[in-house]
Design a protein around this ligand. Sequence first.
Ligand SMILES: Cc1cc2nc3c(=O)[nH]c(=O)nc-3n(C[C@H](O)[C@H](O)[C@H](O)COP(=O)(O)OP(=O)(O)OC[C@H]3O[C@@H](n4cnc5c(N)ncnc54)[C@H](O)[C@@H]3O)c2cc1C
Length: 468
Amino acid sequence: MKYDAIIVGSGPAGIFAATELVKHKKKVLIIDKGKVIKERHCPVLEGKAKTCVNCAVCSVVSGWGGAGSASDGKLTLTTGFGGNLEEYIGEGKLDQYIDRVDRTFVSFGADNHCYEPSGAIVKETIRKAASVGIKVLPARIRHIGTDASREVLNNMYLDLKEKCDIMLNTFVKDIIVENGEARGVVLKDDGIYHADSVIVAPGRDGASWLENIVNRLQLPIASMPVDIGVRVEVPDSVCEDLTEHFYEVKCLYNTPTFDDRCRTFCMNPSGFVVTEYSRSHNLVTVNGHSLKKTKSRNTNFAILVTKNFTQPFSNPIGYATHIGKLANMLAGGGILLQRLGDLRDGRRSTEARIKRGMVAPTANAQPGDLSLVLPHRHLVDIVEFLDALNIIMPGVNHSDTLLYGIEIKLYSLRLELKHTLEVPGVRNLYIVGDGAGVSRGIVQAASSGLVAAQSVLEESGMAVEAML
Ligand SMILES: Cc1cc2nc3c(=O)[nH]c(=O)nc-3n(C[C@H](O)[C@H](O)[C@H](O)COP(=O)(O)OP(=O)(O)OC[C@H]3O[C@@H](n4cnc5c(N)ncnc54)[C@H](O)[C@@H]3O)c2cc1C
């Protein structure tokens, strides 16, 4: 059977691409190596295992809904966050896509409430932060919640499975390109499926698979930044003045010693620190989420240091995974945990020291020493940023603050793409979402899927203008 479009990956990018195509009666096949949402279980998240058991396909990041379904579903509804899509389509258009994605999520059951930072406290926070060189970016946020997020994504599945073909538990081995045109995909069992267009949306977990394909097809790469850092955990009281007004405070900071760009990322009030496993890298890393119904007493967020590598170095994923693996090695296969005070004092953390502290960890992690893992430059950046953040989050640089390592964002392969997200030189091949370095969050990933789908529709002779 020949399809109008094959979509690799059923994360937000793939799902939204499919939604758009089936609305216009296109014949679509979605393929994902992970499971249907109801069968996605993580032994660690469900308390059945203490540390990551390295499942063949990690249910935290793979399967229907992609990485987004294990997330707490914070939809960031302001341009300037969650990716680079703006650079391809412009801010005005991105705004329209964000609105469209938001309305779609609400129509499938997302919470109606939206956080819109405004008022005297927000103004004062921005002023205070600026006095120490931190730029605070207020964003509109809709919080679906991890548990509710699964329901919303399942509703999308039930809707789509009536309108297109969906193959889960199916690994796509390769993309077929002939005479400069995408023609279909090859599965792990060598099964071949043909299509007029292929939309590749493999997420961060599929980034190194994509890297192999990019190298084989000699596709152009735009730049190669990589984000490495730690997840910070503090009592809710340290952040609650801010989280009440912003829900998530996004801060940018250039560190004094190395002039590196650092940012806070993915803040989870009353949330939980979680681990995620990448089989392709055999790597356990840190993340965080919050639940709508079950709450902890801690807030967690990431501090990430962005590094842009230039020639001759061309393996940023290798660099980041190398650091992550060092942490796994020292932590007996999992993630490391250290009190900020112990890091400053140049000693490892122990169970006893963590127990004596104010913050009870929400994740199972091995007390140890992050300075044996992170480069000096990253450590200095992180400590300097925490010291500066103290002005708007009093107590965040306290000795008992917990640091989990390593948090890595492997969306480091940024491809050169047309404004339609089609690959230059390969007709009808689109690469979208986090895996292409286009997005870094649910809303921009979903928007990028819409952009590609609308280009496919336009190629087939439809007028796109009225589609938003
Ligand atoms: C724990 C956690 C919390 C998060 N919280 C938030 C949040 O609150 N807000 C937010 O905006 N973002 C959050 N994110 C990030 C967000 O989930 C991603 O930005 C988003 O899901 C990216 O969408 P995507 O469609 O590009 O890729 P993904 O969602 O990663 O989906 C890619 C899919 O492709 C499949 N795949 C990959 N390679 C292959 C292959 N070769 N063959 C078949 N299938 C393949 C994978 O199995 C996966 O299901 C979180 C992520 C995690 C892990």
